[in-house]
Ligand binder design. Structure first.
Ligand code: EPU
Length: 444
């Protein structure tokens, strides 16, 4: 088991650069199934989830490799396979995003249903409703979606659900509609920057899409899409996590390579909590107060506070003066981090879809176990602020969503060591990041 061992109490300082966005890169990799010609994706983070999708795409006849400059190259070499197996889809829900492109390009798809996960009930009814409206015949057989469509046909589809729109559902339907005949209108579309980026990527491939970043996206189907070179947007969730890590330690740091406009809601909360923040073209600098003020926040679809930083904000709230409230309106059950934060000395009580947090002066180091990767990040943040030593176990969750978070925090001065089956790596400011090819060479 991989674990982090953190010696807390050190205010973070320095500068660190964020990686490319996981949640933008994954649906783009899936959409490479649509292209006639090679796709070069730059700024794809090196993550376990990217490796899982790589494996799945290879099984679907796509040649995937990393080039010398770090870009991920994807090219369809066998257009026949249509089977996305349970073992891979269950590891990562984003792999369900191959369904739309497979249907649009190959006319058939057999994709495992993803099932539930640690952040609660995660249905895919809206994905299926959208694809059925485009004319796909869908059946559920032995845990798989078996889908067929001779040619998808444009129509109007509403993707709003009980907790807002669906991000990967919008990605799935959008990636299918680009090759449908006629016009498709998606109402209640997700407006997250990752969807805008996916749409821009599809446009670069030759798709005709207007209305990205609004609730209504209009697509005019085209006959074919070309290969393209494209750079993925920076990861706003990683950036927010690094800013919050600085805030919980009372430090001051700069994150670079970001789009500050994607982080407006998070910056606003940090200011309410007492941090001073300055934004430049592609950077945000935070100077945190020694002890945060209480916050009253709700995670909501973009441009609201992302659910993917709700757990990290809860860690910050634990150290605030007074009583904070943190709600999650996207995933009302995403509170697995509460019990573990409380083991570190937090005083959090869950009341339905909200966490009520009574601020304490400090966390105290302990051994804790991570569940999903944002919950793991919250535990790491608490460990950085804690008195003494904290061990966060099951870091494999964190590695799914963050590109070597320990090394980045180490560059900001954190004392954090990773152990994996007895092997120990210590991160500090002087530690060099080791990067190597993640994928074996691609042999066509
Ligand atoms: N929902 C439905 N029906 C559906 C799909 C979703 O009711 O068919 C509900 C969900 O249960 C939830 C809400 O709609 O209450 C939003 O879910 P959404 O479909 O938007 O989530 P997702 O697309 O599965 C993506 C990100 C998540 C992020 C959410 C919300 C990717 C690969 N995943 O998930 O990222 O939390 O949007 O922004 O893009 C993470 O990175 O930690 C992560 C979990």
């Amino acid at each position: 088991m991989t674990a982090f061992h953190i010696t807390g109490g050190i205010p973070l300082s320095g500068t660190v650069r964020v990686a490319g966005s996981k949640n933008a890169a994954l649906p783009m990799m899936a959409a490479a199934l649509l292209a006639e010609g090679p796709v070069h994706l730059h700024h794809v983070p090196r993550l376990a989830d990217v490796r899982t999708l790589t494996q799945m795409l290879r099984e679907l006849g796509v040649c995937v490799c990393r080039s010398a400059d770090g870009a991920v190259l994807l090219e369809v070499v066998d257009p026949m396979p249509v089977h996305a197996r349970y073992d891979l889809v269950r590891r990562m829900r984003a792999s369900f995003c191959v369904l739309g492109p497979l249907l649009a390009r190959r006319g058939r798809a057999v994709v495992s249903l993803p099932g539930g996960c640690n952040i609660g009930d995660r249905p895919v009814d809206l994905h299926l409703k959208g694809l059925a409206a485009l004319g796909a015949e869908l059946r559920l057989r032995r845990g798989y979606v078996v889908a067929r469509a001779k040619r998808l046909r444009g129509t109007t589809i509403d993707l709003s659900g009980p907790h807002g729109s669906t991000v990967t559902g919008t990605a799935n339907v959008l990636s299918a509609a680009v090759l449908a005949t006629g016009e498709t209108t998606i109402t209640g579309a997700a407006v997250e920057p990752e969807i805008v980026d996916l749409g821009n990527f599809l446009i670069a491939m030759g798709a005709r899409i207007v209305g990205l970043g609004t609730r209504t996206i209009r697509i005019t189907g085209v006959g074919r899409l070309e290969g393209v070179a494209y750079r993925v947007i920076p990861d706003r969730i990683e950036a927010a996590t690094l800013l919050l890590a600085t805030a919980v330690t009372g430090g001051s740091a700069t994150v670079t390579g970001v789009v500050p406009g994607h982080l407006t809601a998070v910056v606003e909360v940090l200011r309410t909590a007492g941090s001073r923040i300055e934004s430049g073209d592609d950077r945000i600098t935070i100077a945190a107060s020694t002890r945060p003020y209480a916050i009253d926040v709700a995670a909501e679809p973009y441009p609201g506070i992302p659910t993917d930083v709700q757990a990290q904000l809860t860690a910050l709230a634990c150290l605030a003066r007074g009583r904070s409230v943190v709600r999650d309106r996207v995933f009302p059950d995403r509170f697995q981090h509460i019990a573990e934060l409380n083991r570190l000395g937090g005083r959090i009580e869950r009341r339905g879809a909200k966490a009520v947090v009574i601020g304490v002066r400090r966390f105290r180091g302990a051994v804790v176990t991570a569940s999903d990767f944002r919950a793991s990040a919250a535990l790491v943040l608490a460990g950085l602020a804690a008195e003494g030593r904290t061990t966060v176990r099951r870091i494999r969750h964190l590695d799914r969503g963050y590109q070597r978070l320990d090394e980045k925090l180490g560059r900001l001065g954190a004392r954090i060591a990773r152990t994996r089956k007895g092997v120990r790596t210590v991160c500090g400011k002087t530690n060099n990041m080791v990067s190597g090819p993640f994928y074996p060479a691609c042999h066509k």
